[in-house]
Design a protein around this ligand. Structure first.
Ligand SMILES: Nc1ncnc2c1ncn2[C@@H]1O[C@H](COP(=O)(O)OP(=O)(O)O)[C@@H](O)[C@H]1O
Ligand SMILES: [Mg+2]
Length: 252
């Protein structure tokens, strides 16, 4: 392997400017329509995804990553049809996600937690060590590399999740409330690590967070969901000033 384009179903993946195109996407759980005929184009390097509890944010991340099925609609990432890919193909394609509850393996070291991610994606063996090193360096965890997951505090666990997301040539990283439970200083460090991802690792980022300041700081474009529908989409400032957003989400 190595060198050539990664393949899914015999077709080389298309490269190009970062872009998520969501077309008429509907996701239903029984009688609940969690995503309702959603259309959106997200083309900023770091995009925000916000909305009240139950708005459909996690469901959108689940559909993009293959953990939930769409009822109808399409999603293109950099021009590649995503929904026809298996979960494993999406990982090889460069899709990464974090979960609301962090998923660090307790009896693996921080290093091995990151290394394990590489087992699922194409990489040359010679590159593996350098990639893990670079990822841990990015989140300033090199001095915790040998510490078992069980002994890492919440902040370092959250940072391990970021490090896992950046190995193996990521293309699109979905972060679902990566800052939950962190204090202000820790949030700032997390914010800096996430904001630098597009430049440092070449991936687009979609970030869910309740912290509007965090979203404002690093997301140039933001999508607001409410009841599975698009309430607003555009430059983050403009979106947060939108009266309908203030009413539905910010409670003013
Ligand atoms: N697996 C599921 N089964 C049934 N209903 C679900 C499931 N996942 C989400 N929902 C429902 O879909 C809606 C959107 O949920 P979710 O995407 O988790 O919202 P958010 O992440 O914005 O808080 C909610 O009404 C929720 O109860
Ligand atoms: Mg959620």
């Amino acid at each position: 392997m190595g060198g050539g384009p990664y393949k899914a179903q015999g077709t080389p993946f298309v490269k190009g400017a970062p872009m998520i195109e969501i077309k008429n996407l509907t996701v239903a759980f029984g009688a609940v329509t969690a995503i309702d005929a959603l259309d959106a184009v997200l083309d900023a390097p770091v995009c925000g995804l916000i909305g009240p509890n139950g708005a459909g944010k996690t469901t959108l991340v689940n559909v993009l990553s293959g953990f939930a099925q769409a009822k109808s609609g399409d999603v293109l990432v950099d021009g590649n049809a995503l929904l026809v890919m298996s979960t494993a193909q999406r990982v090889r394609f460069g899709l990464r996600r974090s979960f609301q509850t962090e998923q660090v393996v307790e009896d693996l070291s921080a290093w091995d937690n990151v290394q394990a991610m590489l087992d699922h994606v194409p990489h040359s063996l010679g590159e593996a060590e350098g990639q893990v090193h670079r990822a841990l360096e990015h989140v300033n965890l090199l001095d915790s590399a040998a510490v078992p997951g069980a002994e890492l505090d919440l902040f370092r666990r959250r940072m391990v999740e970021v490090a896992k997301a950046v190995v193996g040539k990521p293309r699109l990283i979905l972060f679902d409330e990566p800052g939950a439970g962190l204090d202000e200083r820790e949030s700032r460090l997390l914010r800096d690590a996430i904001a630098a991802i597009p430049q440092q690792f070449g991936a687009q980022v979609l970030l869910i967070d309740h912290d509007v300041d965090l979203i404002t700081d690093i997301c140039t474009q933001t999508l607001v969901l409410d009841f599975g529908r698009r309430l607003a989409l555009g430059p983050t400032r403009a979106v947060l000033d939108d009266p309908s957003v203030r009413r539905a989400y910010l409670g003013t």
